[in-house]
Ligand binder design. Structure first.
Ligand code: PLP
Length: 401
């Protein structure tokens, strides 16, 4: 089957052309659903980041778990970013895509022995260590390999980023990081261990954070901690502030790029950066979220007594965020004329789960069997969280050139 999709082309990132509708003109051999990636949006985002960090001791690591697609990794690597990884598989994927091991950080609460060894063998730049047992094991495995493991201690700063409960990571109630009350002890222990090189502290307070206030609170906490350690004669060569910057899921055309100036500006203004100190960032969603859409075809339009359902061929297996976090994604009918009356539809997938719903009571133009829909802002945590539940096949990926 050959399927031709035409949407207006958005080449420029200026607001006007973007609002005319998002853009593509692709010919696709094969089947829906598929992920569609606009590499211009990705590149514009990466350039915006590079503009903001220029002249500052800032390094940005891309959080590969947001989207590990090979083509996307290469593009990000080519723009000079490092990689933040949470599994051995991601370490391998990042190496294959061309990231240098020294530009990698390895995070995660449950690193297994083979993953730690893999990272040590290749010489990853930093392990973000989340517990005392992990610290001991890394020290032991590094010792067996006659290596020194560079690490940062992940601190749980007990800051509530006021985001969804499944994506809040920086409060005392969740599994991530080491509590501030035991930090002194862990820092001293790390300094004493023979096969550990303590580079600094790591933080990551949550995801889809759209207000700068939690980041300001994070800066305050880091400043206090650094001052405290300075008094004890301990200086850190780097501080990793994590990621978590959100994107505008409600208006992807008005805001195809997150406000990188505001985000990095917050750290420039509020974080006390030590002498010769490096600040690391780990952004995932904000880099890849807006460049991707999930393109799906309407299988049936079904009317119940007081509801109309659009049943599409994409499901929660292809984009789980609405089912998992009740996340909002804009939906566009690419086939229907843009003028004309809209009516409310529930847009649902074919998977045998009641949570397989993309939108409730969404206003859309009159929609018919065969229409193509774009589920927007699907670049982050879409493809990377896809599954084959119901023995569905994984969608393909299509790119603009
Ligand atoms: C997931 C994750 C990130 C990236 O989060 P985003 O919200 O996608 O920016 C960064 N650091 C760590 C440790 C993570 O687990």
């Amino acid at each position: 089957m050959s399927l031709k999709i035409k949407i207006q082309q958005t080449k420029k990132m200026d607001k006007k052309s973007v609002q005319q509708g998002f853009a593509m003109d692709i010919v696709k051999q094969g089947q829906t659903p598929f992920y569609y990636y606009d590499l211009d949006v990705l590149r514009a985002t990466l350039s915006a980041i590079n503009r903001q960090i220029q002249g500052w001791p800032f390094t940005v690591h891309y959080a590969v778990k947001a989207n590990g697609n090979r083509r996307i990794l290469s593009e990000i690597c080519n723009h000079g970013l490092g990689a933040d990884l949470v599994s051995g598989g991601e370490v391998e994927a990042a190496l294959e895509a061309g990231f240098k091991a020294e530009d990698m950080t390895f995070s995660g609460v449950g690193k297994t022995d083979w993953e730690i060894r893999l990272a040590l063998e290749h010489g990853v730049g930093c392990f973000n260590v989340e517990s005392i047992p992990e610290l001991e094991v890394i020290n032991q495995l590094a010792g067996e390999m006659s290596a020194i493991a560079p690490i940062a201690i992940r601190v749980n700063p007990d800051i509530d980023a006021h985001t969804h409960k499944y994506i809040t990571t920086g409060t005392a109630a969740n599994k991530f990081g080491i509590g501030i009350e035991v930090l002194d002890q862990v820092v001293k222990h790390a300094i004493e261990l023979p096969h550990i090189h303590l580079r600094g502290l790591h933080f990551h307070i949550g995801s889809q954070i759209t207000q700068m206030q939690p980041f300001v609170m994070l800066c305050d906490t880091i400043n206090e901690l650094q001052a405290r350690y300075e008094r004890q004669g301990i200086a850190f060569e780097m501080i990793n502030v994590g990621g978590g910057l959100g994107i505008d899921y409600n208006s992807p055309d008005a805001h195809p790029l997150p406000d990188m100036e505001h985000y990095f500006g917050t750290y420039k203004e509020h974080l006390n950066i030590g002498h010769n100190q490096h600040i690391h960032f780990e952004l995932g969603r904000s880099i890849v979220g807006q460049c991707g859409s999930l393109i799906t075809r309407v299988v049936f339009v079904k009317e119940n007594r007081d509801k109309k359902f659009i049943i599409v061929d994409a499901g929660m297996t292809d984009l789980i965020r609405p089912a998992l976090y009740e996340a909002h994604h804009e939906i566009q009918n690419l086939t229907a004329p843009t003028s004309g009356q809209e009516e409310p539809y529930d847009v649902v997938g074919p998977v045998c789960e009641s949570s397989d719903v993309f939108a409730h009571d969404r206003m859309l133009p009159a929609t018919h069997r065969g229409d193509l829909l774009a589920i927007r802002s699907a670049g982050a945590y879409g493809e990377s969280m896809a599954s084959t539940y119901n023995m569905r096949s994984l969608p393909e990926s299509v790119f603009t050139e």
